[in-house]
Design a protein around this ligand. Structure first.
Ligand code: SF4
Ligand code: SF4
Length: 598
């Protein structure tokens, strides 16, 4: 054994590799993104034979990793909680079909939410799919439970979910990990095609055979539930049931307030599936309350108090402060201090980000009356300067572009529509709705902001790269070729730093839309947070003339570069040299030409 200082996501990666997992895929999404890079590092430093890399989206990632488990290699797939929605089809089906080698589904939830569209509970999805879900409370447990998930999966031939949350995945602790994985798990257990036992009634089951698979699945779940025993701490008259990081908060609060003889705290390592027979709680305790994040998974299975009678808030993260409020509501404590949360500065695109100048050009040409359908990525921040009217989920900008354009056409009204999507989001799920738009001849502009990176989740590589994130040479997918290939007749690639060309191309696209078919402009400029982006960027000296500046705030409000500040005393804009990276984009923005290169 050795001790390592790890984040929860790194601990999960170590747990998987030490359990013999040699095939991991996933799609990046905060708070899960660090698992794959951490696993790649371990594989590289230990010279293991393994496949660890990103997939185009969560559904594909799931199918590829699950397929590997059917081919008898221990495998795992990683995603954030909303990514699980994308993978729901194979997620549900794989429960019926079961596994050959161990298979773990890692879904990291974002109660709060801090960086997600929803704060849905992956345990709830596991319950819907009838897949057991482990819920670590600490970074150490993240390591242990990754190994435990593989054991459980192999024991019952069932996919097992490892549900983490932001606080566990992004927390850090010293974790005791195995030194060397045993020899037998370093060698992958591949079976040759000769060994592949064809089981059509399982792997290619007909609807009738699916009924039998469902029966088998129900039996597995019953068995797992019977053996799923909770742990008990302290000994009081009120029983609080919990799992995940909330258990750790409650444990500390009970210690801090000396509630040892008032509360019995119970922890479920695996909050689904539970059997009502496991604890005879109703007779032994005066009250039984489930305190869990974010859906009532334990509460519904064991029919306890909790969210449904208003003791536990129905939305938001269960922070230690919220857990304290819950203990106060149960009349166990009287809080002596309250916490004031300081307001956060709203996030903004980085200084020099090419998305900003591209979107400024889009707004200049298409104006305020256009509907801008936005998407998930850094460019969602175009909300700040009014170039985004809708954000739903990955790829929905193109579907909404279709919907808005069609709807106005049905009402015989002229309406310009622009869909704004990033390169990786386009690969993820923007392509199918664009195919529909071509097929049904729906006129709207699709702006693809291509910064050659999945920037928002930590600059992972996209499919247009020549090397995968694990360093393998791969075939780059060229967005403009793909778009032309599906039949888009207006396809242009522009570097948005060339502002005049951007404006000219946008005007051409606007004109082209009169032909009643979709148009695509790819604005391509590498993210300035990558090595390539930073080295390729110009380094201009930019100044704002106090004489010419009229204080209109276009540069600070409509363009919103964080390196431009507004001096309220003087009523003039100024460049903050500490933040300015000298991209020179702002010289195109000022209506009085006060911003210039020197
Ligand atoms: S856009 Fe030009 S005039 Fe307006 S505040 Fe900025 S520098 Fe001053
Ligand atoms: S040059 Fe202008 S746009 Fe670029 S970072 Fe500096 S202030 Fe911002």
């Amino acid at each position: 054994m050795s001790k390592l200082y790890l984040s929860g996501n790194q601990a999960i990666a170590y747990g998987l590799i030490h359990a013999g997992v040699r095939f991991i895929t996933g799609y990046p999404g905060t708070p899960s993104s660090e698992i794959i890079p951490a696993a790649q590092d371990i594989v590289k430093s230990s010279a293991l034979k393994a496949y660890v890399d990103w997939a185009i989206n969560e559904k594909v990632a799931y199918e590829v990793a699950y397929g590997a488990c059917l081919a008898n290699i221990k495998s795992a797939v990683t995603m954030k909680q909303v990514g699980l929605n994308v993978a729901m089809d194979p997620f549900m089906n794989s429960a019926y079909v079961g596994t050959v080698a161990g298979f773990v589904v890692i879904s990291v939830d974002d109660p709060g939410p801090h960086s997600s569209q929803t704060e849905q509970d992956s345990r709830f999805m596991a319950m819907a799919a009838k897949i057991p879900a482990l819920d670590p409370s600490t970074v150490e447990e993240a390591y242990d439970f990754a190994k435990k998930a593989i054991e459980l999966s192999e024991k019952y031939s069932i996919p097992v979910m490892l549900r983490s949350t932001t606080r566990v995945s992004h927390g850090r602790a010293v974790v005791e990990v195995d030194d060397v994985a045993p020899e037998d798990i370093i060698k992958p257990h591949f079976k040759s095609s000769k060994d592949w036992a064809k089981q059509l009634s399982r792997f290619a089951a007909t609807p009738k055979q699916r009924l039998e698979l469902h029966r088998i699945l129900n039996k597995k779940i019953e068995k797992i539930a019977e053996q799923n025993k909770p742990k008990f701490f302290f000994s009081g008259d009120i029983l609080i049931l919990s799992s995940g990081v909330v258990f750790a908060y409650l444990y500390e609060l009970i210690e801090e307030y000396g509630l040892h003889d008032k509360v019995t705290l119970s922890k479920f390592d695996m909050p689904y599936p539970l059997s009502k027979n496991i604890i005879n709680f109703k007779e032994k305790f005066s009250r039984v309350i489930s305190v869990e994040e974010t859906y009532p998974v334990i509460e519904l299975q064991l029919d306890t108090e909790g969210r449904r009678n208003g003791l536990v808030p129905r939305e938001g993260e269960l922070t230690p402060e919220v857990c304290e409020e819950i203990l106060e509501k149960i009349d166990l404590i009287k809080r002596t201090k309250t916490f004031n949360v300081l307001p956060l500065k709203r996030p903004s695109l980085c200084p020099g980000c090419a998305h900003r100048i591209a979107l400024f050009a889009v707004k200049k040409v298409f104006g305020k009356k256009t509907i801008y359908a936005g998407d998930i990525g850094c460019y969602t921040l175009a909300l700040n300067f009014n170039v985004t009217d809708t954000v739903l989920n990955m790829g929905a900008s193109v579907s909404f572009g279709f919907a808005f354009s069609k709807t106005f056409a049905l009402g015989q009204k002229e309406q310009e529509v622009v869909a704004i999507i990033g390169d990786s989001t386009f690969f993820h799920s923007g392509i199918p709705p664009l195919i529909d738009a071509v097929h049904y001849r729906v006129p709207f502009l699709v702006v693809i902001l291509d910064n050659k990176s999945v920037a928002m989740t930590g600059n992972q590589k996209t499919l247009s790269d020549e090397f995968s994130s694990s360093g393998q040479p791969v075939t780059p997918i060229v967005i403009e070729n793909l778009v032309k290939g599906i039949g888009v007749n207006f396809v242009h690639v522009v570097d948005p730093y060339d502002f005049d060309l951007s404006v000219r191309t946008l005007k051409e696209a606007k004109n082209f839309l009169k032909k009643k078919e979709p148009a695509v402009i790819v604005f391509r400029h590498p993210c300035i947070n990558t090595k390539e982006g930073l080295s390729a960027n110009p380094k201009y000296n930019v100044q704002i003339s106090k004489e010419l500046c009229k204080g209109c705030r276009v540069c600070t409000v409509e363009f919103e570069c964080p390196a431009i500040i507004f001096n309220e005393d003087e009523g003039k804009a100024e460049i903050d040299s500490a933040f300015c990276i000298g991209c020179g984009c702002c010289i195109h923005v000022c209506p009085t030409k006060a911003i210039a290169l020197i």
